[in-house]
Ligand binder design. Structure first.
Ligand SMILES: [Zn+2]
Length: 215
């Protein structure tokens, strides 16, 4: 299938899809950090997460999706990233998982790493919405709408109690504390806080010296 035929998803639709997956995996309540490997292995179109030597060095990507003759997918992840950079590995696995859930049709022809890289390049050049959708999916599944606002409020409250309403300090500290808790890098956490308007909420609360974030 051509990338031009791939559906575009709204952020709300992706939130709904990720929530469905999370609710199915965590009927008793979502456990943070999200065990993305477990979610991936529960999906019936994905067989395996496979460490791939020098993927990053050779192709400048941390992960790719490979389509198999049985109709399923493997997610190949750069071995060094998988071993030593878990936050980056988590996001890359979640991003490829997003491609399977949202647009597996276009990944069907990717039988080799070279195929996958060629498709990536085409998508990045002309169909960047596909990448944006997969990135949004990764953020939404690793930093769920159902848990992140509440955790942000708790961390805000504790930090303000220790450090006061320092607007040059608290927003970054909230973000880095959350990033550690959710086992993601700082940048995707900062993006997710923006997507959910939590960064604005934090700044507003600091300006009016509020001890709590409004629910
Ligand atoms: Zn991608």
């Amino acid at each position: 299938m051509e990338p031009s035929h791939v559906g575009r998803y709204s952020d709300a639709e992706i939130e709904r899809r990720t929530m469905e997956i999370l609710s199915g995996a965590f009927p008793e309540g979502i456990e943070i950090p999200i065990d993305i490997d477990r979610l991936v292995y529960q999906h019936n179109s994905i067989d395996d997460i496979v460490p791939a030597e020098l993927l990053e060095d050779k192709f400048k990507v941390a992960a790719v999706l490979i389509s198999k003759s049985n109709g399923h997918f493997d997610i190949l992840v750069d071995e060094d990233t998988l071993d030593s950079h878990y936050a980056r590995a988590n996001f890359s696995i979640a991003h490829e998982f997003g491609h399977v859930v949202l647009h597996c049709q276009i990944c069907r022809d990717c039988r080799t790493v070279e195929d996958a890289i060629a498709l990536n390049t085409r998508i990045k050049n002309a169909y960047n919405f596909i990448e944006r959708n997969a990135n949004y999916f990764a953020g939404a599944i690793l930093m769920p709408l159902r848990t992140l606002p509440e955790d942000t409020a708790k961390i805000y409250e504790a930090l303000v109690r220790s450090f006061g309403w320092d607007i040059n300090l608290i927003p970054d500290k909230v973000c880095s504390t959350l990033a550690r808790r959710y086992e993601v890098s700082i940048q995707p956490m900062a993006i997710r806080l923006k997507e959910l308007s939590l960064n604005r909420k934090i700044e507003d609360a600091l300006r009016c010296r509020a001890p709590y974030l409004d629910p």
